[in-house]
Design a binder for this molecule. Structure first.
Ligand SMILES: C[S@@+](CC[C@H](N)C(=O)[O-])C[C@H]1O[C@@H](n2cnc3c(N)ncnc32)[C@H](O)[C@@H]1O
Length: 214
């Protein structure tokens, strides 16, 4: 509890409701409250999953690239969504497969770092010419997220989203992705942020929905 209070004090500018959500997220650790998709744990806030579903149905990407697989529940969810819209494939990358993520006919697993130039190049070739959406959910340090934004910015198709997970919090560097998004948007006019989460008041992806404009 001491840690929670200390952490809450470090979170500036959150509404009471957001603090409640924050508490909820803290109980994710033991997995009891984590959503499951077809029985597999998804390290996501439920509102975010609906946002993903809505965006996928509206934007109809052929490919979704996910950095950070973990239990594999999010890849399973994205694979099912792509199957429903007649998309092609989810490509999910993680430095570890020790959690044994489940298989799905529409999901390709890559073992390695999301910013390894060989992996990025392999993906670029595989998705060339298709409609591509990207979700960044691996190492949430500002440095790593900036490297991912840079590596995948040309792979996302015009009109599609690059989603940066965990942007909602303003805790201090080096952890938080929001600082990477802020840097990226300063330099990059080809992307624009849309606050899709407002429909549901709050989501962990708050401030992290970046749509490529050109
Ligand atoms: C937050 S979890 C992913 C959660 C998952 N997307 C979900 O929604 O259920 C982060 C994952 O990123 C992986 N990871 C850390 N650094 C990475 C890197 N450089 N490249 C790819 N994956 C990485 C970790 O091994 C971990 O499994």
């Amino acid at each position: 509890m001491g840690n929670l209070v200390a952490e809450e004090n470090a979170v500036e500018g959150l509404s009471d409701m957001e603090i409640q959500y924050y508490r909820y997220l803290h109980s994710f650790g033991n997995g009891i409250r984590e959503p499951r998709w077809r029985g597999t744990r998804v390290v996501k806030f439920p509102n975010d999953l609906i946002l993903y579903a809505q965006v996928i149905f509206k934007r109809t990407p052929d490919f979704i690239i996910e950095t950070g697989t973990h239990f594999g529940g999010s890849a399973l969810f994205l694979g099912d969504m792509l199957q429903l819209i007649g998309g092609k494939k989810v490509i999910t990358i993680d430095v570890s497969h020790k959690l044994n993520p489940p298989k799905h006919p529409m999901v390709e697993h890559i073992l390695g770092s999301s910013i390894d130039p060989e992996i990025v190049e392999r993906i670029r070739r595989e998705v060339a010419g298709a409609q591509v959406m990207v979700t960044l959910d691996s190492d949430h340090s500002t440095k790593h997220v900036l490297a991912e934004l840079s590596a995948y910015q040309d792979i996302v198709s015009v009109g599609q989203y690059m989603v940066v997970e965990d942007c909602w919090t303003r805790r201090k560097k080096p952890y938080w992705p929001w600082y990477a998004v802020r840097e990226f948007l300063k330099e990059n006019r080809r992307y624009r942020r849309f606050n899709l989460e407002k429909q549901f008041i709050f989501a962990v992806t708050k401030d992290g929905w970046l749509r490529r404009r050109r």
